[in-house]
Design a binder for this molecule. Structure first.
Ligand SMILES: [Zn+2]
Length: 426
């Protein structure tokens, strides 16, 4: 196999890897993400230079998505509709449910290959085995690619300290053998606190219980609607502290889209659902009033929130409504995302609002990505002949942390075989 990383050797986000078989003509693409700082008005300029993405040339056999985060899947709607797309079924439902509300194109009219963990799929000369992993995104997979008698393992994004940590330990106990190339993410390398062990979701649950019980006013928790593990943690903490977790209806829709009966749902006890203005307007516009039905049993309005017992899931998009309607005397905001976003211009309006209202901000969070020590355990277990850094701003530091590192450049073709330094400039 030959491999060309289009984006990812020197950045987090916008991941795209092209793999070509040499024995029989055929190519596949692993992930097709939006760069984190992308200007989405100009999609054409963001599309990686992979022949056939726009016109579906014969030897491009599929675009294979590891997980439904935008920096891995964000460009997939803009490829030719005849190209098969590999993705987890629940991941697809989450993306489609969101697209439905946001008037964006859906995947369900595409040619889809749905991943089943451990079950190989054949595409021309390639055999692809998806393996479910622990990550902050729901339905995330690592992908084992076999062709030309070689084995390439793409880690996707993963961690070993989330609610599916058992999957990580299972993989370490019985790792795939004879891996020629491991392309491994290194998101946390170079981030503050990289050397310390990361708390798990159970530790967070205890911190949230303590925080919920020690706040008299409304508890706002700012987290990502995609971080299903965290929402489960918040629900469990709400229940343990005898409180109610108020979800916005969009988050409730994402939970419903998983079709996982073990995840908190809109009608459950200890749950409230508020329907944001933008969703209400959409329902009126489309006259789709039955869409409100799932929210009816636990529906609440922001102006009726009970500061003594409510926890409100918060995102910057809700700022105007929350500021205007929610009872905020004595409120506290708990920030449960990567701290870097707090330094971003996009979060400034929220930070200004917190300052003006003297709403204290506290941080309770753990990373969606593996700690350095878990990355090391993972790399050691897989013992690949070559380890190629990806999804990291610090590929230059892999050498000091891992064995057999072979750092590559974006846009460069290289061999997955043993010809160590061989590369072709395209
Ligand atoms: Zn991710």
């Amino acid at each position: 196999m030959k491999v060309r990383i289009h984006r990812g050797t020197r950045q987090i986000g916008g991941t795209c890897i092209e793999v070509a078989a040499e024995s029989t003509p055929g190519r596949i693409v692993l992930d097709l993400g939006l760069p984190l700082d992308a200007d989405t008005d100009d999609i054409a300029s963001l599309m990686p230079d992979v022949p056939g993405l726009r016109d579906a040339s014969d030897d491009l056999l599929g675009v294979l998505i590891s997980h439904p985060h935008q920096d891995h899947v964000g460009l997939v709607h803009d490829i030719h509709p005849d190209i098969p797309i590999g993705i987890g079924a629940a991941g697809q439902r989450i993306l489609d449910r969101a697209a439905d509300w946001l008037d964006r194109p859906k995947l369900d009219d595409r040619v889809l290959i749905h991943w089943q963990s451990g079950k190989p799929v054949t595409l021309g000369p390639f055999t692809i085995t998806p393996l479910l992993v622990d990550h902050s995104a729901y339905d995330a997979y690592a992908l084992l690619i076999q062709a030309d008698g070689q084995r390439l393992f793409y880690s996707g994004d993963f961690r070993g300290h989330g609610r599916k940590a058992k999957l990580f330990e299972k993989l370490l106990a019985n790792p795939p053998r004879d891996i020629d190339v491991l392309m491994m993410e290194g998101t946390v390398i170079g981030r503050e606190g990289e050397g310390t062990p990361f708390p798990d979701e159970s530790a967070l649950e205890r911190d949230f219980v303590e925080a919920f019980n020690s706040t008299e006013g409304l508890r706002l928790v700012w987290t990502s609607t995609q971080n299903i593990d965290r929402i489960v943690t918040l629900y469990r903490a709400a229940k343990r502290s005898g409180k109610r977790l108020v979800l916005d209806a969009f988050t409730a829709e994402m939970l419903a889209a998983t079709e996982n009966p073990n995840l908190p749902q809109a009608h459950w006890p200890h749950i409230g659902v508020y329907v944001p203005e933008w969703m209400r307007r959409r329902i009126v516009r489309d006259k789709t009033f039955t869409r409100l039905d799932p929210f009816k049993p636990n529906r609440v309005f922001l102006e009726h929130l009970d500061p003594a017992r409510d926890i409100l899931l918060f995102r910057p998009g809700m700022l105007k409504e929350v500021a205007a309607k929610a009872p905020l005397a004595g409120a506290q905001l708990i920030y449960s995302n990567w701290r870097g976003y707090l330094e971003d211009d996009s979060t400034k309006p929220v930070r200004d609002w917190l300052m003006q209202g003297a709403i204290p901000l506290r941080r309770i969070h753990t990373s969606g990505h593996a700690s350095v020590s878990d990355l090391q355990r993972f790399a050691t277990a897989l013992a690949a002949k070559k380890l190629v850094p990806i999804h990291s701003f610090h590929g230059d530091r892999f050498d000091e942390l891992f064995a057999n590192v072979d750092r590559r450049d974006d846009g460069e073709w290289w061999s997955a075989g043993n010809q160590g330094g061989a590369s072709w400039k395209s």
